[in-house]
Design a protein around this ligand. Structure first.
Ligand code: BTN
Length: 353
């Protein structure tokens, strides 16, 4: 994968906050329009044609082409003009036509959750997306660390659903359905869901989802959905519970294609958020239902058969004595799959690699 980190971090970054040092890569309109023109033409475009089309000088075209090359775009310059040879597999805003202005892109960041939180607090609109190529303080569920080296896909989506806070966990279900659908659609792999919101391939975790909500008694201000996908990362042999798309497929994937299909899939699922269809879809993809589970929930441990989820996304577990318990959150261990010396509940570092 081509990477040009330093060039991306020079000259094009805007400081948007002094509090947590958030730097945003500014989407450059001229670069965006040059790429659009080169993509649409598919062949050579002279500097003069570009300059006329964009209403800017040829020197400016040349400078912006140089900057695109520094970003990792391969642009051939010949007497016939400029030709776009290839684009980098970076998750740059230019790779998501139509969404550029909603995307806050970082070559590296602490956590996209922190940046998204700050943006949402300042009023960032529904659909704002914070993307990073790598995270130095990636966060998982239950205060765990989420290892986030280059090659993975890490982003947080700001949503402002008009629902009661009690139904917010349905957003996790929706996001996990969208990830599984994307994996199935693009690669034909049988992606499945483990409650509350893990996406698995052949029983191994390939994606984790973390949602953070800001709400009042009965109004949701925002829900930030953080999604981490083990895409082109290699998982160490000893990791038996984790996989990556690269390891599952035996080849690297196009991360930008994956993210673009996933974002479309999330958009497609959103109207279903409060519909019964969402729960039905989750149940179809679930590997947790009808399994014996141990849920390590805040303040209690529930052991029994997972028999259903309720309308809020809580897991309904039938204990041995027949009583029904609801788990709203926590670690879910599928009992028959539990390895003898593996106390999953005690693992404090999660591999996204
Ligand atoms: C889990 O524990 O399974 C959830 C992992 C969520 C990781 C993603 S990566 C993008 C976003 N930023 C973070 O720091 N965490 C989430």
């Amino acid at each position: 994968m081509q990477s040009n980190r330093n060039s991306q971090t020079t000259g094009q970054l805007t400081k948007t906050s002094t509090m947590v040092n958030i730097w945003k890569m500014k989407v450059n309109e001229t670069k965006k329009r040059i790429l659009k023109a080169l993509r649409e033409c598919g062949g050579y475009l002279s500097g003069e044609t570009l300059s006329n089309q964009l209403g800017t000088s040829r020197v400016s075209i040349w400078k912006h082409i140089r900057s695109l090359k520094e970003d990792g775009y391969v642009i051939e310059a010949s007497p016939r003009g400029y030709r776009l040879v290839s684009s980098p597999d970076l998750l740059l805003p230019y790779e998501f036509p139509g969404l550029e202005q909603r995307i806050h892109y970082f070559p590296e960041i602490g956590s996209t959750m922190d940046a998204a939180r700050e943006l949402a607090k300042k009023g960032a609109g529904e659909g704002t997306i914070v993307i990073a190529e790598a995270q130095t303080r990636g966060r998982g569920r239950l205060s765990r660390e989420w290892l986030s080296p280059e090659g993975g896909i890490y982003f947080t989506l700001v949503l402002r659903p008009r629902i009661s806070p009690a139904y917010a966990p349905r957003i996790n279900l929706m996001a996990s359905i969208a990830v599984a659908a994307t994996i199935r659609k693009l690669f034909g792999l049988k992606a499945e869901l483990k409650w509350p919101n893990d996406v698995l391939i052949e029983g191994r975790k390939v994606c984790g989802i973390l949602a953070e909500m800001d709400a009042e008694m009965d109004v949701v201000n925002f829900v930030n959905v953080g999604i981490g996908i083990n895409a082109n990362t290699s998982i160490p042999q000893f990791e038996k519970t984790v996989t990556s798309l690269k390891d599952a497929l035996g080849r690297e994937i196009s991360r930008k294609e994956f993210l673009s299909v996933l974002l479309m899939e999330i958009e497609r699922q959103q109207p279903l958020l409060m519909k019964a269809d969402l729960l039905e879809e989750w149940k179809k993809l679930s590997v947790t239902l009808n399994k014996d589970v141990r849920i390590v929930a805040p303040g209690e441990v529930i052991v029994g058969r997972a028999i259903d989820i309720d309308t809020t996304g809580a897991l309904i577990v039938k204990e041995r004595n027949g009583s029904l318990k609801k788990a709203m959150a926590g670690d879910c261990i599928h009992l028959r799959e539990e390895a003898p010396n593996t106390d999953i509940g005690a693992v404090s570092r999660q591999h996204s690699v």
